[in-house]
Each structure stands twice: as C-alpha cells, then as structure tokens.
Design a protein around this ligand. Structure first.
Ligand code: ADP
Length: 462
C-alpha cells in the first residue's frame, strides 16, 4: 500500500506549511543553542582570565593565599586556585580542592614558558573544569604558575535548561502554527468549496444559474467570472441546440404530414394501377426531399467540427466542380454561369466539405436568379488567403436579413413560396464548413441588384 497525497488542498497546504515551519524552528533552535554555547564559554573564559590576573598580582606581591581564599570563599564555591612553582610542585592549593591537584599539561607549561595564558577544559574527579594557567614573571622569567579552574556545571545546567525549553516550545509553537495555518487555509479556500457546491447544482436544465462573485476582484473572483462566461456560452449553445431540434422536427413534420395526407387520399377509394402509380411517383419526390433534409441535418451536425482531413485543395478545381452542377441547374432556367480565375491558389482542408460549401452557394445563386441572369464564380489569391466568390444578378437580400440567412432553417419569404426552396440549411452548412477551416464566409448584397457570397480561406504555404 503506497502513501497517497491527502485529497484536500487545505490539508496539503497545512502539511506543507507545518513542515516548512518545523524545519525553520529546528534550524533556528540549533543555531541559537550553538550561539548560547559560544557566549557562555566566552563568559567563563573572560571571568577566569580576570580572576587569574588578580591572583597573579597577589602572588607577585606574596599575598596569594589570602586573596585566593577570599575569592574562593566569598562567592564562587566552584572555583579552585593552585599555585605551582617553576619545578611543577604545588606551592598553594585552595581549600575547595580538598587535597586534589589541578593537572598541569605540557601545553600549559609551554604557554607559560612563552609568557602566555593557556585555557583548557579538563576533568578533575567527576568534575569538568575550565582551567587557565598563567605564569608569574620575575625578571622576565616564569617563577611560578597560577592555575585557576572553574566548574563547567553552571554552563552545562544553563544549556540543559535552554534545551528543555526548546523541547517544549518548538512542538508547542508548531502545534499552534499548524492550527492557525489550518484555520487560515480553510478560510481562504471556503469560497472554493462554496463555488463547487453551486457548480454542482448547475445542470443542463439550470444553466441560467451563475456563480456568485464576492466583489474582491481576487483570483477566485476571476475564476468565478471565467466559469460564468463559460456557463453563458454553454447556455447559448444549449438554447441554440434546443431551437435547432425544434426547427428540425418541424421541418420533418411538414413533408411527413403531406406524405401521409397524400397516401390517405389515395387509399380512400379503389384506384386503377395507373392512378396508384401516379400517387407513388408523386410521393417519391417527397421522400427524396425528406432524405435530402436528413442528409443536410446530418451535415449541419458534422460541418462545425474540425475538418476530417487536411490536404492541399485547389480552389479552382472546387469552383469548377460546383460550376458543373450549377450549369446543369442553370440551363433549363435560362441562367448563364461562368467562371473567372485570377491567381491559382491552394488551401489546406477537406476537399469534399469545401466542395459542398461552394456547391451550396452556386446552387442558391442559380436557384434565386431569374431567367436571363448571370452567376459568376471568381477564384483569386489575396494577402495569403484564397478568395472564392459567387456573384449573381438575382433579387438580392434585404439588409436586415444579411446575417439571418446564415442561420439554420431561415428562408426569406420570397424563397419560401418557391417550390424549389430547401430547408434553409444550405448557407448555415456552408458557413460552418468554412469557419471550421479557419476561414470566413461573408455576403454583400443590394436589393434588386444581386448578391455576392465570398469565402476567404488561409492559403496553404510551402
Ligand atoms: P435554402 O436555399 O435551402 O433556402 P439557404 O440557407 O441556402 O437555404 O439560404 C437561406 C435563404 O437565404 C434562402 O432561403 C434565400 O431566401 C436566401 N438566399 C440564399 N442565397 C441567395 C441568393 N443568392 N440570392 C438571394 N437570396 C438568397
């Protein structure tokens, strides 16, 4: 079983914070303990040297025993004085030593020979002592040695007490800080909890709900704002989807009702085989339109997605194929179709989808242009984009409807009357195909003078 990180940010934050604090406390405690050790040692040495200095002067003036006793007795029970002659034999021992002698090391002798004091830490019996050895100079030569020792037990006690304090204070401080940290983290993250609770209540049916802003303008407010914007977009998309399904159902119901009506009329009386045939042929046309509509609906669903493939596509080739189909439609209607190519241009995309988009434009142009009119397809390259436009001399589109015609199921009144009118999906399919290819489809039109639909697509480079 492996260790797993705690689930909530606030627990993790608290753990992190506490660990960092623990390390900080340990480092500062260790450092302060070390500094105290140094300071105590310095104090002891300084006091010891001062004392040894006083006794040396007393020895030089032959007042050693009185001075030493006075000092040792008065305040410092744990201080010991020893005077040694040049040969190393003890000349005086303070009472506190109780007959024991202080050790005289080779280093201390050497120091004395050079006229310098020597500081050492030694063990006498069970006591640890700090010991200073100081020469008494007569005629420039050390005649006697003054040794003053002080027990280190006081310093050790002080250090031990400090360590005890740390052992209590560090965990206590850590516990308090962890508690405080946990409270702060919980308070700071409370809005996040609230946000997720609200977000959980937002479903597809309640997309109008929004996360509450606290007005602090901080990161959490910005997050809530971003989420709210996303919700608004989702709400819009859902509404559009709902509208689309309703429109689609409506579009399907009309021809199906007509079909049913026709069949019911045919069944109402006995008919001759020829009559039946006529009815069936007539209904077949409706079935064809239904199939076309179903295919278009499928296409609308798919056309907004990323192109299935992205290969180099020659725009001129696309225009030619669309024009071919347009010409077949145009001929019986007495409409002329023609094409003009400026600079040839290649774009990256799904040839079949682009073909479909252009075909929709050309078919519309032919469909809505009266006999004697002209439909012209233009291919050119401009500012690193491929431009394909379809112009006609048809009725044009009222200015108020220029954007509307790209919406699904929108047919203008004039077109709705016509038998040839489609479901109003052609332009919306064309636009979503072009947009999915990173391009734009725009319309310029003047009532009574015609329309021009223009596709801009990023040209393939290299
Ligand atoms: P459909 O052609 O199936 O009606 P579209 O989405 O292709 O649907 O077109 C939507 C509407 O835009 C058409 O019904 C028509 O009113 C108008 N329209 C499209 N193209 C033209 C055009 N070239 N000239 C005039 N009106 C047009």
């Amino acid at each position: 079983m492996g260790w797993r990180a705690p689930a909530s940010i606030h627990t993790r934050l608290t753990l992190w914070y506490t660990s960092v604090l623990l390390i900080t406390l340990l480092v500062t405690s260790g450092f302060s303990y070390w500094l105290l050790t140094l300071a105590l040692a310095q104090d002891v040495d300084r006091a010891l040297l001062g004392l040894a200095e006083v006794i040396r002067e007393a020895v030089a003036a032959d007042r050693a025993p009185e001075t030493a006793e006075a000092i040792a007795d008065s305040e410092f029970r744990d201080q010991f004085v020893q005077v040694v002659d040049a040969g190393g034999a003890p000349a005086y021992l303070s009472r506190g030593l109780k007959g024991q002698t202080l050790p005289l090391s080779a280093a201390a002798r050497e120091g004395a020979r050079r006229g310098r004091p020597t500081l050492e830490t030694v063990q006498v019996g069970r006591r640890h002592l700090r010991l200073v050895t100081l020469p008494v100079l007569r005629d420039g030569r050390p005649s006697q040695l003054v040794q003053v020792g002080v027990s280190l037990s006081r310093s050790h006690r002080a250090l031990a007490r400090y360590a005890e304090t740390l052992v209590i204070l560090v965990p206590l401080g850590l516990a308090l800080a962890a508690l405080g940290g946990a409270l702060v983290a919980r308070k700071a993250l409370k809005p996040v909890d609230e946000m997720s609770r609200t977000a959980r209540r937002i479903t597809a049916e309640h997309l109008a709900r929004r996360l509450e802003l606290r007005g602090t303008g901080d990161e959490l407010d910005r997050l809530a704002e971003t989420l709210n914007e996303m919700l608004a977009r989702l709400e819009g998309a859902f509404a559009e989807m709902r509208r689309f399904s309703a429109d689609a159902a409506h579009e399907l119901r009309t021809p199906l009702t007509a079909l049913k009506g026709g069949l019911e009329v045919a069944l109402r009386a006995a008919r001759s085989p020829r009559e039946y045939r006529e009815v069936l042929v007539a209904r077949l046309e409706e079935v064809d339109r239904l199939i076309q509509l179903a295919e278009d609906l499928l296409l609308v669903g798919r056309s907004g997605a990323e192109p299935a493939s992205r290969s180099p596509v020659d725009l001129e080739q696309i225009a030619l194929e669309a024009l071919d189909i347009g010409a077949q439609l145009a001929q019986p209607r007495g409409v002329t179709v023609r094409m003009e190519v400026g600079e040839p241009v290649t774009v990256l995309g799904d040839a079949a989808a682009l073909q479909r988009a252009v075909r929709n434009l050309v078919e519309n142009a032919v469909k809505f242009t009266p006999a004697g009119g002209l439909v012209e397809v233009n291919v050119d390259s401009r500012n690193a984009s491929g431009v394909l436009s379809v112009r006609d001399t048809g009725p044009g589109i009222p200015p108020g409807d220029v954007e509307r015609v790209f919406e699904p199921f929108v047919r203008l009144d004039a077109a709705r009357d016509r038998e040839s009118g489609g479901a109003g999906l052609g332009l919306s399919i064309a636009r979503s195909i072009v947009t999915a290819h990173g391009g734009t489809l725009t319309l310029e039109t003047a009532l009574g003078r015609g329309s021009r639909f223009t596709i801009h697509l990023p040209a393939a480079t290299g």
